[in-house]
Design a protein around this ligand. Structure first.
Ligand SMILES: O=C(O)C(=O)[C@@H](O)CO
Ligand code: MG
Length: 273
């Protein structure tokens, strides 16, 4: 069975954010990820990780003005200075949290602009971020996201992400392969795991049921099968990364709802050799 990380932005919604670390550890998670650490001092977060014997495996760089609908700055001409300031801040947190990867969200297509016109800005920004991250051994992740959840998001498809990575040309830029988004945008998920995991360009997986983004055992995807595919290919190519549980518990913020919904994880652990 793959190793699962709890996404603390989505799991345990009934708890204060800092209390979600303990809840995840009690449920057997050894690692966590979340969207943004910036509302907290890095030492506070590091203390929670240490107290509960958890690894921080992923978080996002600052996305611009999230409350105003921004979803990353990487593709936006004219925002390069802000992009660089955000990357520097993310890398400072990555050092303090001993986190080996940072997700850099691409951003939304500005009104009237075509995707191709933004490519030079995106590639230039990612090259700069990759060079900075490489100085401290951090990987920069890029994630294709479906346009039902984020309309006009710049990056939607696995093939586009891998094409951009080839153009960026930095060994520490990798794909955050979210199977939920992949199923919605393009499907054929198992074959895409088989195609892309051996390239060494997949840095992290994320999972959720489709279409409601609930537990992996709710909805149209056959996750027990996909976990076996990940295990098989990972073993063949020596991949040792994490699978982030980035879903909204179907029991909502009901106390204990996240833990009660983890039957899928226990079932897959039992099924593994
Ligand atoms: O939405 C997702 O999927 C993510 O992984 C986030 O980091 C970006 O919104
Ligand atoms: Mg994701």
């Amino acid at each position: 069975m793959p190793q699962f990380a709890a996404n603390l932005s989505m799991l345990y919604p009934e708890l204060d954010f800092l209390d979600r670390f303990e809840a995840a550890a009690k449920d057997g998670f050894k690692a966590v990820e979340y969207l943004f650490p910036y509302a907290y001092e890095s030492h506070e977060l590091a203390a929670r990780l240490q107290a509960h014997d958890l690894q921080q495996v992923l978080f996002n760089a600052p996305p611009g003005d999230w409350d105003q609908g921004e979803r990353g700055l990487a593709c936006l001409p004219g925002r390069e200075a802000e992009f660089r300031t955000g990357i520097a801040k993310a890398l400072a947190y990555a050092a303090a949290l001993n986190c080996p990867r940072v997700h850099v969200m691409a951003g939304l297509l500005p009104a009237g602009m075509e995707r191709e016109a933004l490519r030079p800005t995106y590639v230039g920004n990612l090259r700069w971020a990759a060079a900075e991250a490489a100085k401290q051994g951090v990987d920069v992740l890029i994630e294709p996201i479906n346009t039902r959840d984020i309309p006009r998001f710049f990056l939607n498809r696995q093939d586009h992400a891998h094409e951009l990575i080839a153009e960026i040309g930095a060994p520490n830029v990798k794909v955050q392969f979210d199977l939920y988004h992949c199923q919605i945008v393009e499907g054929d998920v198992a074959m895409k795991i088989r195609q892309y995991l051996p390239t060494g360009r997949v840095g992290h997986f994320q999972i959720a049921g489709v279409p409601e983004r609930h537990e992996p055992d709710v909805g149209e995807m056959n996750y027990p099968y996909l976990f076996k595919v990940i295990d098989e290919v990972a073993q063949q190519c020596g991949w040792t990364g994490w699978v982030g549980c980035e879903y909204r518990p179907s029991r909502g913020a009901q106390p204990g709802g996240t833990s009660a919904g983890l039957g899928w994880m226990k079932a897959n652990a039992k099924a593994s050799p």
